[in-house]
Write a protein that binds this ligand. Structure first.
Ligand code: ARG
Length: 292
């Protein structure tokens, strides 16, 4: 904070102006999302360290929390399309893992775990019956927006736990966008979207310790002004947030991350996703962005 003062006739300084560093005005853009109701959500297998099949799951509570997330998007003016959930696919609520859509081009997914493999074809059929004319199913293992994050300029692409590094080249070829590969190193942050999210073009938030030293350097070089999340922000899946350019939807526990984004001119919007977190998922995991 700086102030300019002059001495007037008395001893009291006359304060002419006080300037505080002002955050830019953030402008939201209307988004279209694809979501899947968690009607069959449960934790019956463990494919990441968050999942414990012996822990009780309250599916009704998951539905309530998910409905609140969907209502939040709609209240903010976004459109939400739905895909029918399927019995026997408890992780299908995590729609982000089933497609990457940029300029109407769809790259489908191919799951690493066999328990989730059938989800990919349900989404492929959803795209085809909803007007998408170019839907490419990958040859390489790729968990879509779980590991692919579009910044508006680059496709940041995670690898280390799920998406195969060779899927990065495949995504670049199919989507026609420059891919930047990033190495994930902490099994709790097994997907890129639990370690990093895009706030606005050229501005991301991330948790550095989830990445290899070389990938941390890449992120510092590309995004010198990034918001840096703490270990606590990461541990509540706070980095699994969704921004529309102004509003940032994030888990209610992510209070220090919320303070940081607020100081950058964004509007934090809290949601409770405690039940879905038992499967290792947060708001972003439930949300695929349809960039038509
Ligand atoms: N239980 C799911 C899995 O391990 C959670 C997926 C979360 N999705 C995400 N985009 N990070 O595959």
């Amino acid at each position: 904070m700086t102030s300019v003062s002059l001495l007037g006739s008395g001893d009291e300084p006359i304060v002419l102006g006080v300037t505080t560093p002002t955050a830019p005005v953030r402008v939201p853009t209307t988004r279209r999302y694809l979501m899947c109701p968690p009607e069959y959500f449960t934790v019956e297998y463990a494919i990441n360290p968050w999942m414990d099949p012996t822990q009780p799951i309250d599916t009704a509570l998951a539905v309530e929390q998910w409905t609140n997330l969907k209502d939040t998007y709609e209240r903010l003016g976004h459109q939400v399309a739905l895909i029918d959930p399927q019995p026997g696919l408890p992780d299908m609520v995590f729609a982000a893992n089933s497609g990457t859509v940029i300029d109407g081009q769809v790259l489908g997914s191919r799951f690493r775990a066999e328990q989730r493999a059938p989800e990919a074809d349900h989404f492929r059929r959803w795209f085809l019956s909803n007007g998408y004319r170019s839907v490419v199913m990958p040859e390489r293992t790729n968990e879509a927006e779980g590991d692919f994050t579009w910044t508006g300029r680059y496709l940041l692409a995670g690898t280390g736990f799920r998406t195969d590094p060779s899927a990065h080249a495949e995504a670049q070829e199919v989507l026609g966008v420059p891919v930047v590969s990033l190495q994930l190193t902490d099994p709790r942050y097994y997907h890129l979207d639990v370690a990093l999210f895009v706030l606005a073009e050229d501005l991301v938030a991330y948790y550095p310790d989830a990445f290899s030293p070389g990938s941390q350097r890449v992120l510092r070089r590309l995004f010198p002004d990034a918001v840096i999340g703490t270990a606590e922000d990461a541990a509540c899946l706070g980095l699994n947030a969704v921004s529309d350019g102004r509003n940032v939807i994030l888990p209610v526990e992510a209070t220090s991350l919320a303070d940081q984004v607020a100081r950058r001119g964004f509007e934090p919007v809290f949601v409770d996703i405690s039940e879905l977190r038992k499967s290792g998922g947060g708001p972003k995991c439930c949300t695929m962005e349809l960039r038509d």
